[in-house]
Design a binder for this molecule. Structure first.
Ligand code: ADP
Ligand code: MG
Length: 253
């Protein structure tokens, strides 16, 4: 059996707050296999983003372990983690804040390739073109700056960057939440296709359970920092066990 791409063991993250300590993530464990998509759902403030940031080692956990691709990266330095970043990519809620407004879409994609691959500049150009087409941004669009693209198109640039390095893990933190309803479905369709194509493991964070119907193999429900339910997606949608999950479900009926 192939080892999991990601293993999170008893992870907690506490923040000092006025008058005490806030436990944003409380003793969470899960693992993620190659090609698998785990949906992480819960209302705002339940600790989803904090967990995602710990997994990517953008922040350090207070307790527990994060094992990525066989490496226990829990105590790795920022510099050491940076070398792994080609293998773990992320897509955030707000594409505008993730993109340098002074670079064209093309150069934003090529930048990732220059950082993490041995491709020559001509090869990077060809590959950026291919990635652009893959996320349905035609060549002419690639010459635009983020400010000249719609929110949905900006998010497509972020997705092209996220898959450019052929990562083993992609963490998506509310990737469609800032987008108009009319463009959400297109982005979700694209992500579902890429999940099959890239074989990357995905941690798909959302406050909207419905978003996961198309994407998730398993769903993990978080409430107040804890995982209250984890099950195959079909089971969660058909027979939610925890009262909180049932409440989340009925919010979408
Ligand atoms: P979610 O993504 O599910 O909305 P978050 O992970 O963003 O939840 O936040 C979980 C809890 O941790 C919230 O109560 C939030 O206010 C708190 N929190 C997150 N980051 C910090 C921080 N840097 N300092 C203090 N509290 C934080
Ligand atoms: Mg969040």
């Amino acid at each position: 059996m192939t080892p999991p791409v990601l293993e999170v063991r008893n992870l907690s993250k506490r923040f000092p707050v006025p008058g005490g300590v806030l436990t944003a993530v409380n003793d969470v464990s899960f693992s993620l296999a190659a090609g698998e998509t785990l949906g992480l759902v819960g209302e705002s403030g339940s600790g989803k983003s904090t967990l995602g940031r710990c997994v990517l080692r953008l922040i350090a956990p207070s307790a527990g372990r994060v094992v990525f691709d066989g490496h226990d990266i829990t105590d790795w330095s920022e510099a050491r983690c940076r070398k792994l970043r080609a293998g773990m990519q992320m897509v955030f809620q707000d594409p505008w804040s993730a993109l340098n407004p002074r670079m064209t879409a093309r150069s934003l994609i090529e930048e990732l390739l220059a950082l993490h691959t041995p491709l020559s500049s001509a090869e990077r150009r060809a590959e950026a073109e291919r990635l652009g087409l893959r996320v349905r941004l035609p060549s002419a669009m690639l010459d635009r700056y983020p400010g000249e693209l719609s929110g949905g198109q900006q998010q497509r640039v972020c997705i092209a960057r996220a898959i450019a390095t052929r990562p083993k893990l992609i963490v998506l933190d509310e990737p469609t939440s800032s987008l108009d309803l009319s463009v959400r479905a297109g982005i979700l369709d694209l992500l579902a296709e890429l999940k099959e194509e890239t074989g990357a493991a995905m941690l798909f964070i959302t406050h909207d359970l419905g978003t996961l119907r198309l994407m998730a193999d398993r769903v993990m429900v978080m409430y107040l920092g804890r995982v209250v339910e984890e099950a195959p997606a079909a089971e969660i949608f058909d027979r939610p066990a925890h009262p909180y999950t049932q409440a989340l479900m009925s919010a979408h009926l």
